[in-house]
Design a binder for this molecule. Structure first.
Ligand code: UD1
Length: 432
């Protein structure tokens, strides 16, 4: 297991390219199971989550080739309808195999995902959706055994849960419905750009999906899907993370290429509200960010897209820790997602967490410390804090960040940061 040693205080400047979206890639890779023809997907980031997904697809019997960001998948008839616990437990997002497996084989056995550090993470909405299309669900030996012997039949399904719409739940229903009989209408659908990217990919395969990106998605079932080529959208969370690095007090201004301005609105708007400089090129594909002269505190209430993403609140908390005034971060989607706060406090941050809300009083400086990454975005927050801290920070359990940031060390070095990845001698420390 690796740790990252970050020497804080080095000035950041320069340009990096943003990778393809991890969260768009995962369901798109799974959707390759919907056809026996080859699909070619470009800009799939080389991160451990996409690698897990590729491994699962191979284990199911698909043939997968990956070369420099492009993945070619062919899923012949006879692929397995059952995924192993060993593979699936490594990545909660493997739940998005449910839709394509049900559409293609009308049955699947998938290990029931457990909770994770950011919350309970139920799958009730996924199951409600597949049941509405006519499937029967049983839980046996820790697995979900789902069967629809007579095939899936379209209907109207409301996907709204207590915390709003579900992203992968919407993806699963869309993928299940593309080969179902008749028409499926998804009410209260998630509107995230990653859902739209999946719908575009499915339509290229011959699906008939309308309305992705709005609250109501209509899917007219078709007999068969075919192969296609697709390029994944830029990763708006990776872009947002680097934007935060670019407005921290150690930055002289950085440029990010291969971004999509439209997807970045809530993230860009907040940085501007907090007094920072955010300048896009005319096409909205490149952005220059630098710290404002008088940065001010801010307020975040996470919400489903187009609201502020829960996946960006930890990184902003690191920025607020060094911003004068009192900032407030409330996460309504994952109210327990504040593990990074105790680690930031070890670096000198002044944060109080209560009832799904962090109250951050800006301090003049942070100091490097040994810290523990707890989940993907929490780790990103620790890296950001470490860049601006005085002294050296050792970030343990780096595997969390490797789930979702492609070539993070290289990109940080291009920008002038001093980071070193080493084998963690203390890896046994409190490991769970
Ligand atoms: C996706 C993203 C994740 C992001 C999250 C919210 C991927 C691979 N992951 O996760 O990075 O943080 O969206 O933007 O795209 N819920 C239920 N029942 C369900 C499913 C979800 O109650 O069956 C709740 C969740 O606990 C949460 C809310 O709905 O409170 C939204 O979660 P959801 O959108 O489903 O998250 P994911 O799709 O798993």
């Amino acid at each position: 297991m690796d740790k990252l040693i970050v020497e804080g205080g080095h000035r950041l400047s320069g340009t990096v390219n943003i990778s393809g979206s991890k969260n768009a890639s995962l369901p798109i890779l799974a959707a390759a199971l919907l056809t026996d023809e080859p699909v070619r997907i470009s800009r799939v980031p080389d991160v451990s989550d996409t690698n897990y997904m590729i491994q699962i697809l191979s284990q199911l019997g698909a043939s997968v080739e990956r070369s420099s960001g492009t993945v070619r998948i062919e899923s012949p008839d006879g692929i397995s309808s059952s995924a192993s616990y060993e593979q699936v437990r490594k990545m909660r997002a493997s739940i998005c195999l449910l839709g394509p497996m049900m559409a293609r084989m009308h049955r699947c056995t998938l290990p029931l995902p457990g909770g994770c550090v950011i919350g309970d993470r139920p799958v009730d909405l996924h199951l409600r959706a597949i049941q509405a299309l006519g499937a029967r669900v049983r839980v046996k030996g820790g697995n979900m055994v789902i069967e629809a012997p007579n095939g899936l039949v379209g209907t109207t399904v409301d996907m709204r849960g207590d915390s709003g719409p579900t992203v992968l739940g919407t993806d699963n229903l869309m993928m299940a419905a593309v080969l179902a009989k008749g028409t499926t209408i998804i009410e209260s659908a998630a509107r995230e750009p990653e859902v739209v990217d999946l719908a575009n990919f499915l339509n290229k395969m011959g699906a008939r999906i309308e309305g992705a990106g709005s609250r109501t998605i209509t899917i007219h079932g078709v007999e068969k899907l075919h192969g296609c080529e697709h390029t994944v959208i830029p990763d708006r969370i990776e872009a947002g993370t680097f934007m935060v690095a670019g407005v921290m007090n150690v930055s002289d201004g950085i440029t990010l290429n291969r971004v999509c301005r439209e997807h970045m609105k809530s993230i860009s708007d907040l940085l501007v509200e907090c007094g920072h400089v955010v300048q896009y090129n005319e096409e909205g594909t490149s952005v220059f960010v630098k710290p404002g002269e008088r940065p001010c505190s801010g307020k975040i209430l996470t919400n489903p897209y187009p609201g502020y993403p829960t996946d960006m609140q930890a990184q902003m908390t690191a920025l607020f820790a060094l911003t004068p005034g009192i900032s407030v971060v409330k996460d309504t989607i994952f109210p327990q997602r504040f593990m990074h706060c105790s680690e930031l406090k070890r670096m000198g941050a002044n944060i109080k967490v209560d009832n799904g809300t962090a109250i951050i009083t800006g301090v003049d400086g942070l100091s490097g410390a040994p810290v523990m990454a707890s989940d993907l975005r929490a780790s990103a927050a620790l890296v950001l804090a470490a860049l601006a801290a005085e002294g050296t920070t050792d970030i343990h359990r780096l595997y969390h960040i490797d789930r979702g940031y492609e070539m993070l060390d290289d990109k940080l070095e291009i920008l002038g940061a001093r980071v070193k990845r080493v084998l963690d001698e203390d890896s046994g420390l409190g490991e769970d």
